[in-house]
Design a protein around this ligand. Structure first.
Ligand code: RP5
Length: 180
C-alpha cells in the first residue's frame, strides 16, 4: 500500500489566523465544521510578520478551490484586508481581543476598509458567527449545507425554549447558573 487510501476532500473554507494565540477564539467554530463534515483548512499567517506568505495565500486561494475566507487577527488587524486585496472571494474578518485595547482596535481596523475592497466583519471574538456566516455563503449553492444550518437553528431555538420552561418551573430564584 502506498499513501493513505482515504481521499482528501479539497477545502472550501480557508481560515487564516494572524497568530496561534488567536486559535482559541476559532476552535469551537472549527469543531462545528468538523462535526458537520464541511471541508476547511486552517493556517497561521501574519500580514506583518509573514507578509509574502499572506499575499501568496490570498493570490492562490481561488485557484485552489476555496470559496470563502475567514481571517482572524488582533491589535492592528490588517490580515483580513490584506487577503481581501489579493482575491475577489468573500473575506470575513474576525477581530480578536488581544493587547490593551480589548479588540476594539482590531474591530476598527477590520471594519473600516476603504471603498472597493470589502471585508465582512463579525463581532469581537465572535468565532462561531464567522464560521456560520462562511457556511451561509457556501449554502447558497449547496442545499445540504442549508439543511445543516436549518437543523442548527432549530436546535438552538429548542435550547432557548428549554431554558424558558426551566425558568417557568423553578422561578428566577431557583433557576441556578446560566446554561450555555
Ligand atoms: C496579531 O497580534 C495576532 O492576530 C494576535 O491577535 C496578536 C498578538 O499576536 P502574538 O503576539 O500572540 O503572536 O497579529
Amino acid at each position: 500500500m502506498g499513501k493513505s487510501s482515504v481521499a482528501k476532500i479539497d477545502p472550501l473554507i480557508g481560515v487564516v489566523l494572524g497568530s496561534d494565540s488567536d486559535l482559541p477564539v476559532l476552535a469551537p467554530g472549527l469543531k462545528m465544521l468538523e462535526d458537520w463534515a464541511i471541508p476547511f483548512e486552517v493556517h497561521i499567517l501574519s500580514a506583518h510578520r509573514t507578509p509574502e506568505a499572506a499575499a501568496d495565500y490570498g493570490r492562490s486561494a481561488e485557484v485552489r478551490g476555496l470559496q470563502v475566507l475567514i481571517a482572524a487577527a488582533g491589535m492592528a488587524a490588517h490580515l483580513p484586508g490584506v487577503l481581501a486585496s489579493y482575491t475577489t472571494l468573500p473575506v470575513i474578518g474576525l477581530p480578536v481581543a488581544s493587547g490593551h485595547l480589548g479588540g476594539k482596535d482590531a474591530l476598527y481596523a477590520i471594519v473600516q476598509m476603504p471603498p472597493g475592497i470589502p471585508v465582512a466583519t463579525v463581532g469581537i471574538n465572535a468565532g462561531k458567527n464567522a464560521i456560520l456566516l462562511a457556511l451561509e455563503i457556501l449554502a447558497l449553492a449547496n442545499p445540504l449545507y442549508q439543511d445543516k444550518l436549518k437543523a442548527f437553528r432549530k436546535e438552538q431555538a429548542q435550547g432557548v425554549l428549554d431554558k424558558d420552561a426551566h425558568l417557568q418551573e423553578r422561578g428566577f430564584q431557583g433557576y441556578g447558573v446560566a446554561r450555555t
